[in-house]
Design a protein around this ligand. Sequence first.
Ligand code: ADP
Ligand code: ZN
Ligand code: ZN
Length: 727
Amino acid sequence: MILKIALDTPLRRVFDYLPPEKPHPNPLKAGVRVRVPFGRRQLIGVLVGIADDSALPDGKLKVALEILDSDPVFDTVTLELLCWAADYYHHAIGEVIAAALPAALRAGELAEERVELWSLSEAGLHQYRAQAQRLGPRQRALLTALALHGPATLGLLGVACRRAQLAQLAKRGWAVANVETPQPVRVVQRPSEVTLTPEQARAVDAIRDSHGRFAAHLLYGVTGSGKTEVYLRTIAGVLDNGGQALVLVPEIALTPQLVERFRQRFSAGIVVLHSGLAATLRRDAWRSAHRGLARIIIGTRSAVFTSMPHLKLIVVDEEHDASYKQHEGFRYSARDLAVWRAQRAKIPIVLGSATPSLETLDNAAQGRYAKWLLPQRPGAARPPRTGLVDLRKHACEQGLSRPALEAIGRHLHAGGQAIVFLNRRGYAPALFCNACGWVAACAHCDARMTLHRRAGQLRCHHCGAVAAVPSACANCALPLSPVGQGTERVEETLARLFPGAGLARLDRDTTAGRGAMEALLHRVHSGTARILVGTQMLTKGHHFPDVSLVLILDADQGLFASDFRATERLAQTIIQVAGRAGRGERPGEVIIQTAFPEHPLLTRLITAGYEGFAEIALEERRAAEWPPYSRLAMLRAEARSESQLDQFLTSAAACGARLADSAIQVLGPAQALIARRADHYRAHVLIEAPARRALKRFLTQWLPAVEALPAPSGIRWSVDVDPLEID
Ligand code: ADP
Ligand code: ZN
Ligand code: ZN
């Protein structure tokens, strides 16, 4: 008997071992952890298969040291998912599996270890019932969590609880911790106050009807149209049936309201999993999910790999969001893997969005996904009025056209608030010499430095390099001028033009500090700031009831970008930002500044909405044979030496061309958009195939051949299957 073991190494293979000498009492199952000798070290790996023989001769095989578990540390589908994902994305299986396990379990801690369960003591219960008003907010929150969820692990008690605080309560005699094997908690559902609209009811019924089999449901509705209510109702059904539900969200930090709504609706059994979680909390949460104690797991992309033996439903909120794709190392799409997992587990999956990805819309059009429209917010305002401002016809003041400025004045006068969107932070994207044309460039990248005036710095947005602002042109010593606008400059201009309106700027620069984001949002909500300038950050999750105007300063960046997904992203951004207007009582207005008002995608978006845009965007994709009508993979490489990089990618492409049949196209090598970044030259080879299977077959042959190429040590390369960006 040969054990096939996945070990946490970058090698794309499993390792063969003989079973340990001391036999394990239980029959061996895939998914248990095994301690093995590896070189001069010992590693803990996961058994992924058992075979009769090995390619290695008997004498070469080492003997495994110890089997750590009697039961697998992943449920069957999750283990299959991990193996499939490693295979599909051509990433080392050992790394994939290791990333899915909490550090403590990777280090050998028992998966079944008993846990600390916290609950209220008699005295604590008395405090909670009789004296709660006298306590500080923090203690009250702790007691409430214990009263509602206890006995429970730290992870199940929720984000507000820290162990030290609980220990304090224990010292006072209000809380007790018992170390034991946790039992399933009873989940009490609080009734919802709303009556579903007919559209919501249809979606809920359809999703519930698909219980116990695979079905993908696209829930297509603007923010506020009632998608979360549909999630909550369908999850309620799952809990009634004893199941677990997985809810994927783009970023936890941006969805506190969502988590809060879940906690309000369900009394217990909710855990939140994200990358910022402390190691012990992560381990606790993971364990309770694995043992079926946690009933609802809300998490970011990596939560798709959580072991959940009773999983009965998956929800992917904002399914179009780019953060579902991991952009480095193991480059996977959590959305796509969620669909695979649902298929394999034979359960329904719900994909929710106001601006679904074109892939998902195509799946719906082909009948592979059911599509449920939630047309409007229940009892809601009319959709905002949208207009274009032709930048060729109107003079601009620092990027702000006259009609746009007039509109801001009008809305402020009427008591509304305005959002000004520009996806570029800093003061100006270039510092330029009018006399000789010299531009401040990054010393390490083929890119311009962005002027950050308030910080008194030039910064490179590609490598993070920082430089002092030169006082004059390096060439001719004449004065330099900042060219173009970033959010900082727009803020400055608007503050000058609308004194007294109160400006707030929301971008990575202004929200970096602790609590800075909350403080900014507070200024907007309280009305101290009535003009909000910001980047992409504005598009996610926020609800500003008094915002009646949304101004999109520069739509043109996305219209002519080389990336085939640029227009899709632009349309999604426009719709998502525009969705911030007219959320409350006031009718909304959206103004888009563009130098190309007759661009068909833009006009279509305005006259026919996202759905109309998507229709013609999909036609374009079909004509050009871009995804979803083809499949892509990218071999990206970088090196300090341009010639070494070129040599490596040229041989890789040549070797690809030899292996490719007529259906496969090997394109490149081509330079990346930023051809040199942080002193590394960057280029890629793009593979285009008619379908997944053909791509897979090709990559399975090609990548080992690329691995075998004589690559100088300075070359770093990686493969990205289904890339989101092809620059
Ligand atoms: P989404 O998830 O699409 O943003 P939500 O489910 O959060 O939408 O709903 C937005 C708001 O409308 C919430 O305050 C919710 O309670 C309320 N709501 C949802 N469905 C209904 C309904 N059928 N009737 C009345 N209010 C509703
Ligand atoms: Zn000059
Ligand atoms: Zn740089």
